[in-house]
Design a protein around this ligand. Structure first.
Ligand SMILES: Cc1ncc(COP(=O)(O)O)c(C=O)c1O
Length: 372
């Protein structure tokens, strides 16, 4: 046991936190960083200028607490999402991680359970243990798919208080049909299960992919969470949000810290929402690079999963960790998600994507040339 872990274990820590490791994707300073599904295209110049001006204006009033209800931002987010949503349907926090945490604080907790379907977003179990909610691991098919029948049967059997449906799923990149969301919601009727559809990457989905937002009317236990970290290139600003019935947002108000969204955060998010044209153009280019990666990996004989997100999960590797290491040595950081035979890569700029594909090709051909 490391010294650090030993010292940690001497503390009167809550039992369900003992032995856990914190979320920790490597933050390594290499030229090409394609490991945490950030928007690689940067913040467009006009959006940077709008944010700078908005933050300068907000700085004048920083002696006061910010608008606790962030009304203007909720209105702008409702307008962005459409589907007849209003500010009453919207809630936001510092990243969708915080939104998810607040949902667990309100609807999970001691004696309650949350169901996820691994492999899925690695924060779900950590958010569950942080709120003393028992995390239940559901099962997927061998190809990591999740059918409506299977998901609904698992919900009926386990009767969780909360279900996480990640669509597109991280790390696999594949979206869920709305039939899965509908079936899970219905299956949770008896147990009054709160269904969270995590659509952090929805803007990168292929054209015509419907959002679970269309299912919100009449479903008061359904929550759709989104983020400005990905499509809006604002991972550093920390703004996640959700849409749900107004009573759900009222439930979250019971657990949120007062003034949790700083005036700087609100101003930044509002400026980006008002100047989103260039950001959405970058989303289109990222989709092109994502599809290039899928094609390139297929040409290299690997097995990329269908992706509706800004990253690609791929299999067919004999020694993924060696490939991960070799790419890092070539200045390209991607993600080893710990699934045998697989790695995950974020779509880069055109140049970054080319560098990744070329470095991978050269590593694979060097390996093939080695004596068996
Ligand atoms: C599926 C999924 N949900 C939520 C998040 C959290 O994003 P943020 O807290 O930056 O909004 C991420 C981040 O990578 C993610 O992959």
């Amino acid at each position: 046991m490391s010294d650090q872990l030993e010292r940690l274990n001497r503390l009167p820590l809550r039992d369900n936190l003992r032995g856990l490791t914190p979320y920790g994707a490597p933050q390594i300073d290499v030229p090409i960083q394609l490991n945490v599904n950030e928007n690689t295209h940067g913040v467009p110049a006009d959006v940077q200028a709008a944010i700078t001006q908005a933050v300068a204006e907000a700085a004048v009033g920083l002696n006061r607490y910010p608008d606790r209800e962030f009304t203007e931002l909720r209105e702008a987010l409702a307008e962005y999402l459409g589907h007849g949503l209003t500010a009453d349907n919207i809630w936001a926090a510092n990243g969708s991680n915080e939104v998810l945490q607040q949902i667990l604080q309100a609807f999970g907790g001691p004696g309650r359970t949350a169901l996820g379907f691994p492999p899925t977003y690695s924060m779900y179990p950590l958010l569950a243990s942080g709120t003393d909610t028992e995390y239940l691991r559901g099962v997927r098919a061998g190809d990591y798919g999740l059918s409506a029948e299977s998901a609904a049967a698992q919900v009926r059997e386990l009767q969780p208080n909360i279900v996480f449906l990640c669509s597109p799923n991280n790390p696999t990149g594949t979206g869920l049909g709305l039939d899965v969301v509908e079936a899970v919601y219905e299956a949770g009727e008896d147990s009054q299960t709160v269904v969270i559809v995590d659509e952090a990457y929805h803007e990168f989905a292929h054209d015509g992919t419907p959002s679970a937002l269309t299912l919100l009317p009449g479903r008061e236990r359904l929550i759709v969470s989104r983020t400005m970290s990905k499509a809006f290139a604002l991972a550093g600003a920390r703004l996640g949000y959700m849409a749900a019935a107004p009573e759900v947002t009222d439930a979250i108000r019971l657990v949120r810290l007062p003034y949790h969204l700083s005036a700087i955060t609100q101003a930044t998010a509002l400026a980006a929402l008002r100047h989103r044209e260039a950001l959405m153009a970058d989303v289109e280019d990222i989709k092109v690079q994502r599809d290039r990666i899928v094609d390139g990996l297929t040409r290299l004989g690997l097995k990329p999963a269908a992706s509706d997100s800004n990253y690609v999960f791929f299999g067919g590797l004999e020694n993924p960790h060696e490939i991960w290491r070799g790419l890092l040595d070539a200045g390209v950081l991607i993600r080893d998600v710990g699934i045998p035979g697989h790695l995950r890569v974020t779509a880069g700029t055109e140049a970054e994507t080319t560098a990744f594909l070329e470095a991978l090709e050269s590593l694979l051909s060097r390996q093939a040339a080695l004596p068996a």
